[in-house]
Design a protein around this ligand. Structure first.
Ligand SMILES: NC(=O)C1=CN([C@@H]2O[C@H](COP(=O)(O)OP(=O)(O)OC[C@H]3O[C@@H](n4cnc5c(N)ncnc54)[C@H](O)[C@@H]3O)[C@@H](O)[C@H]2O)C=CC1
Ligand SMILES: O=C(O)C(=O)COP(=O)(O)O
Length: 320
């Protein structure tokens, strides 16, 4: 029987994989390259979480591997072109949590606007006052800037319709007409920083997007701008963001992702009054986890049977 190795991550439903696959499914620590190489030696399938480094070095060493199945959307931890060179199929699971991440994004944004978490902290400390250290503005007619216009960004746009925002977006791979159909104006990145009261990051982490939110980008944003990131921590220069939040260059930030997860106790963005952080939980709902694991099983099953899996990643995708 072929062997399938799965990262030890509660997101991955190993019982389900065992029930649905005609394979020997084993769980392993896969947090560094040596661990992945050792665990997956001789395996036909590798089911990975976001922390598993599936590098060229790892792929070159795994001669029997047919598929790397990412249990998630983002494939920034997988060297897709090295996989293609080694004849290994890569899959992800698109759209299993589009609703959840959109709702989480909207929630982080509205919390930053209305300062709910800070009010609750005040009340727990015995306070009872509406006054804030930074001004609160009406949401209607503010401008939302979406960085990338993929499935999650589109759902954010839809979920915020009742708020009557102006919506602009930067995505070099989506044309203006498609955005206009969703009542969104396509703009250059510099224009987005200039005009957006709210900047929401939904780009995948790639060579093009790594630390795109650096000191210059933050300086170009509006003074009271709110930055929301449910994409990837690596999109942001975190030291620069801390400085911008402390110096009042921007108003607030709501983050679900950090460059290193979990963060150390001294992380620059944990504990600031104008920054809320959630633990990479935007994807989570019971329904999303179910959909995720059903799709992972289908992808691995197809690859082991020599078929093209439903969610095969095309290594020639423009933005990879
Ligand atoms: N916090 C969480 O729990 C989760 C986070 N994510 C993150 O959210 C990201 C977005 O996910 P999806 O919307 O499903 O789409 P996706 O990951 O398929 O993103 C594709 C979109 O990004 C655009 N894009 C590519 N390169 C770009 C660039 N240089 N600048 C601007 N846009 C660019 C593409 O044109 C496309 O529209 C994922 O890549 C993942 O990293 C996804 C799921 C859960
Ligand atoms: O699906 C994704 O890309 C996510 O970010 C959520 O899953 P993860 O926590 O990365 O395993």
């Amino acid at each position: 029987m072929e062997r399938v190795v799965a990262s030890d991550d509660p997101m991955i439903d190993v019982d389900r994989l065992r029930a649905e696959l005609d394979a020997d499914v084993v769980v392993a620590e896969t947090d560094d390259e040596d661990a992945v190489r050792d665990a997956a030696a001789g395996a036909a399938g590798l089911v990975v979480d976001v922390n598993t480094p599936v590098t060229a070095g790892v792929l070159d060493a795994l001669d029997d591997l047919k598929i790397v199945a990412r249990a998630g959307v983002g494939i920034d931890n997988i060297d897709v072109s090295a996989a293609a060179d080694n004849g290994v199929t890569v899959t992800n699971v698109p759209e299993y949590c589009t609703d959840e991440v959109a709702t989480h994004t909207v929630t982080l944004l509205l919390d930053c606007v209305r300062t709910l978490t800070a009010y609750d902290r005040d009340v727990r400390d015995g306070g009872w006052g509406w006054e804030r250290t930074r001004p609160v503005h009406r949401v209607r007619d503010q401008t939302l800037g979406l960085v990338s216009f993929g499935p999650i960004a589109r759902r954010v746009r839809d979920q915020l319709r009742g708020f009557d925002l102006d919506v602009i977006a930067y995505d070099p791979y989506v044309d203006a007409e498609e955005m206009a159909d969703a009542d969104v104006e396509k703009v250059a990145l510099e224009t987005l920083y200039e005009r957006a009261d709210y900047v929401s990051l939904h780009a995948p982490l790639t060579g093009e997007t790594a630390e795109m939110i650096d000191a210059d980008a933050l300086a170009a944003m509006r003074e009271q701008a709110i930055l929301v990131n449910t994409g990837r921590g690596g999109l942001v220069d975190e030291a620069a963001l801390r400085t911008a939040l402390e110096d009042g260059m921007i108003g607030a930030a709501g983050l679900d992702v950090l460059a290193e997860e979990p963060p150390t106790a001294e992380h620059p963005l944990v504990g600031l009054d104008n920054c809320i952080v959630t633990p990479h939980a935007a994807w989570y709902s019971e329904e999303a986890r179910d959909d995720l694991n059903a799709a992972v099983a289908a992808n691995v099953e197809a690859a082991l049977a020599g078929e093209t899996p439903p969610n095969r990643i095309d290594p020639d995708t423009d933005w990879l």
